[in-house]
Design a protein around this ligand. Sequence first.
Ligand SMILES: Cc1cc2nc3c(=O)[nH]c(=O)nc-3n(C[C@H](O)[C@H](O)[C@H](O)COP(=O)(O)O)c2cc1C
Length: 304
Amino acid sequence: MAYVLALLASGRSKGFTASILQAAVKGAQRVEGVDVEWVHLHKFKFGPCTSCFQCIRNDPHECVLKDAMGGNGKLMEKIKCANGWILADPVHYWGPSAQCHLFVERCYPFLWSGELEGMPFASISCASNQGMQRLANAELCKWSFCKGFRYIGGLPVHTTYFERALLEAENLGCKLAEAAKIDAGERSKFPDQERYVDYLNKPWSVLEPYLDNMSNGTMAYDSSLIAEGFTNFKRKEALEQLKKAREYFQSALELYNNGRVETACTQLARASAFWTHATWKEFLEADVIKTNVPGAYRPVDDKS
Ligand SMILES: Cc1cc2nc3c(=O)[nH]c(=O)nc-3n(C[C@H](O)[C@H](O)[C@H](O)COP(=O)(O)O)c2cc1C
């Protein structure tokens, strides 16, 4: 049996967002062999991540806070068993709501355990006033990428076209449930290189933001921060990783400029892994986190 979580992030248990999620649940329940649990996030008590980093240091990688998301907290237990999420969120300030952000933030331990990598994910962003539901939904797509989820689809909704949205939500729920069934058979890994390419046609694609990230906005190699020598890097191992990051980044930029976006993604994923490890080694390992990078997190794939 596949197990799907219908996660409602709105404070209003019977509001617009809840109605759209209800339609998605109806769609999911049409798929045989799928069990859906309704979870109203506001009913659970949990606060923000305190950056204690115990979830990185300890194995098993679990949150030590004593609330619904910490340790064996009720909500955490549900997340661990899920084969898919439908996350329904009201649009707040042109983006995701604080409750939704809090929930996603507290899923930090799964980055280190890798347990949720490849899990199917769908989102709903519901607005009823000025809107910006597409922007909010793209943000949820970005978080889905960061967590290593398989993005099945997202539904930006404005209540002006509520009836149409109900039908679309039903289809989305059905699609998510089908993917959850496959996940229940066996969860397939979703390594960075594959994920970078897969998200190219999603509402949020990593390619350009990450090129921007590694060149600090210049989108160029020569004038980029990465080429100009990061004067704050001193540790030998970090500098070696930085050199690798720079080589792959240069290659990614050349490919991108020649329109070869998929190969650019592969090289950029490699660059980003080295960049992550270099910064971890230089700034975090000895003084902040006090442990090396867990194996599941951004493994380097050196093909040079
Ligand atoms: C703090 C806050 C910020 C909001 N910001 C927006 C917004 O940026 N755009 C919009 O269309 N609606 C906004 N709204 C209205 C919600 O999106 C509206 O409540 C939404 O349709 C969710 O429906 P629900 O509360 O029935 O679940 C906001 C509401 C709150 C409480």
